[in-house]
Design a binder for this molecule. Structure first.
Ligand code: NAP
Length: 456
């Protein structure tokens, strides 16, 4: 059985789940497609927005229970699980309040006649989602698509089945009809077959490049729209005029939140040489103060990685980085005999021929680079296969803005870590994927932007 809950704090198996059968997948597809052709999808948007409002309230009311499921299932610190749940309610409420405006017809002045673009649902969407934000990732797809009228079939990551079920249950409880959101415990091959099915019109994936490439290739083969939210190797640039203590405090948060398992986590710290020694000293001190422990214990500041496989992979990456010439400034190995803990780690002296230079480290491992000037910082930032987010710290906002414009990523934050909110577009360029989620841009990804012209 592929779907199982294993507590990453002690690697104890809690529960296993059977995969859905072919017949169950067919029922799910039939129901979703029927819903798309019904007055639910094609009719008044208000009925769908009412569900989103109700969903937001339900999530708020069940915050603690939902947070505990996530912390037990993938090891997120309980306070961070609560924040994630809260954010989900905000996203549901945001689309409930704004989707009508986003999907309203837009006029296009033209000499050929009265012209406008309408926004219609396109059909069933296949969503494939990762475990690192086990509710938020689902809400990023559910809220805009429910508002737009697209039914969604979702394959969640196999290590978070309880989160997947809890989310699907809430959507139903909020009043969504059967087929609006269906959780499926299925394999990659079954995802592929679903994408090929003529009843499905799009695929949205958040995850690794390997999975993204497989899903987007299948979507392209069958001429279907896809969006990909993939990995990142985000920079955290600290210029010589930055507020140093603030940069250190936020930098630590940017690297260690969610045990470092965030697509937009700060992974490459690029520090101006004039402040590099000071930064590294303070940053190292802060990493040393981290308290590893049970994610459900409020005093813990660093939880375990999500699985034993994730721990092994990170350990191997760090060993290889050091073998190829990187200097281990702090940490560097698994931290406890039980559970998937990895020491807060700092690597320096990483050269371009070291595989670590281009790799995403999905855990509490910071790479520190020192640069002489702004041009060098930009060059290093852009020398990446990824292009997701990034952060710049400087007291000179004009200087930081100029630098932000030169960085090849989908998002840049000045004097803050790469963050997220319902109203802000989220997504990347290069191997970080394509398309945007959240905001007005997110809801336009899977709608038919239909032109109508009345010739006078
Ligand atoms: P992953 O292995 O790609 O898994 C993500 C999802 O894809 C899971 O549901 C997984 O199912 C499924 N999957 C894997 N291979 C597949 C295939 N060939 N066909 C269809 N589905 C497939 O990624 P992960 O390691 O769990 O997640 C971490 C990655 O996600 C990191 O690179 C991170 O940066 C990225 N991420 C990006 C964003 C963003 O918004 N840009 C947000 C969060 C995470 P199983 O679990 O059953 O394998």
């Amino acid at each position: 059985m592929a779907y199982k809950t294993v507590n990453p704090f002690n690697n104890q198996l809690i529960k296993e789940y059977a995969n859905h059968s072919d017949a169950e997948i067919e029922v799910a597809l039939t129901k979703a497609d029927a819903l798309y052709h019904s007055s639910w999808s094609k009719g008044d948007i208000e009925q769908r927005l009412t569900v989103l409002h109700k969903l937001a309230d339900l999530i708020d009311n069940q915050q603690e229970a939902l947070a505990k499921i996530a912390s037990r299932e993938m090891g997120k610190l309980i306070a961070q699980s609560r924040s994630e749940v809260q954010l989900c309610a905000q996203i549901a409420r945001y689309y409930a309040d704004n989707a009508k405006t986003f999907l309203a017809p837009v006029k296009y002045p033209s000499e050929l006649g009265e012209a406008w673009v309408e926004h219609h649902p396109i059909g069933v969407i296949m969503a494939v989602e990762p475990w690192n934000f086990p509710y938020y990732q689902l809400m990023r797809v559910l809220a805009p698509n429910l508002a737009a009228g697209n039914p969604v079939l979702c394959k969640h990551a196999s290590i978070v089945p309880q989160c997947a079920e809890a989310f699907a249950h809430l959507v139903r409880e909020a009043g969504a009809p059967e087929g609006a959101w269906t959780n499926l415990f299925i394999s990659s091959d079954e995802v592929s077959a679903i994408i090929a099915d003529p009843r499905v019109q799009g695929a949205a994936l958040t995850g690794s490049e390997k999975a993204g490439s497989a899903v987007a290739a299948q979507a392209a083969k069958h001429i279907k729209k896809s969006t990909l939210e993939l990995g990142g190797n985000d920079v955290f640039i600290v210029l010589d005029d930055a507020h140093l203590d603030k940069a250190v405090e936020i930098g630590v948060q940017a690297r260690l939140a969610n045990a470092g398992q965030v697509c937009t986590a700060a992974k490459r710290f690029i520090i101006h040489q004039d402040i590099a020694d000071q930064f590294l000293r303070k940053f190292t001190d802060a990493f040393r103060q981290v308290k590893l422990g049970d994610p459900l214990d409020e005093s813990t500041t660093l939880g375990p990685l999500s699985s034993k496989e994730a721990l092994d992979m990170l350990s191997q990456q760090v060993s290889e980085a050091v073998q190829k010439g990187a200097k281990l400034h702090l940490g560097g190995k698994p931290a406890k005999s039980e559970g998937n803990f990895f020491e807060p780690t700092i690597l320096t002296h990483i050269t371009r021929d070291n595989p670590a230079y281009f790799e995403e480290f999905f855990g509490p491992v910071a790479q520190v680079y020192v640069v002489n000037n702004d041009d060098e910082a930009v060059r290093l930032a852009n020398d990446s296969h990824y292009g997701l987010g990034g952060a710049i710290f400087s007291r000179n906002i004009t200087r930081a803005k100029q630098m932000a414009s030169r960085i090849e990523t989908g998002m840049v934050w000045i004097n803050w870590l790469t963050d997220t909110a319902a109203e802000l577009p989220f997504g990347g360029v290069k191997r970080s994927g394509f398309g945007r989620e959240l905001s007005d841009l997110g809801i336009k990804e899977f709608v038919n932007q239909k032109l109508v012209v009345v010739r006078q």
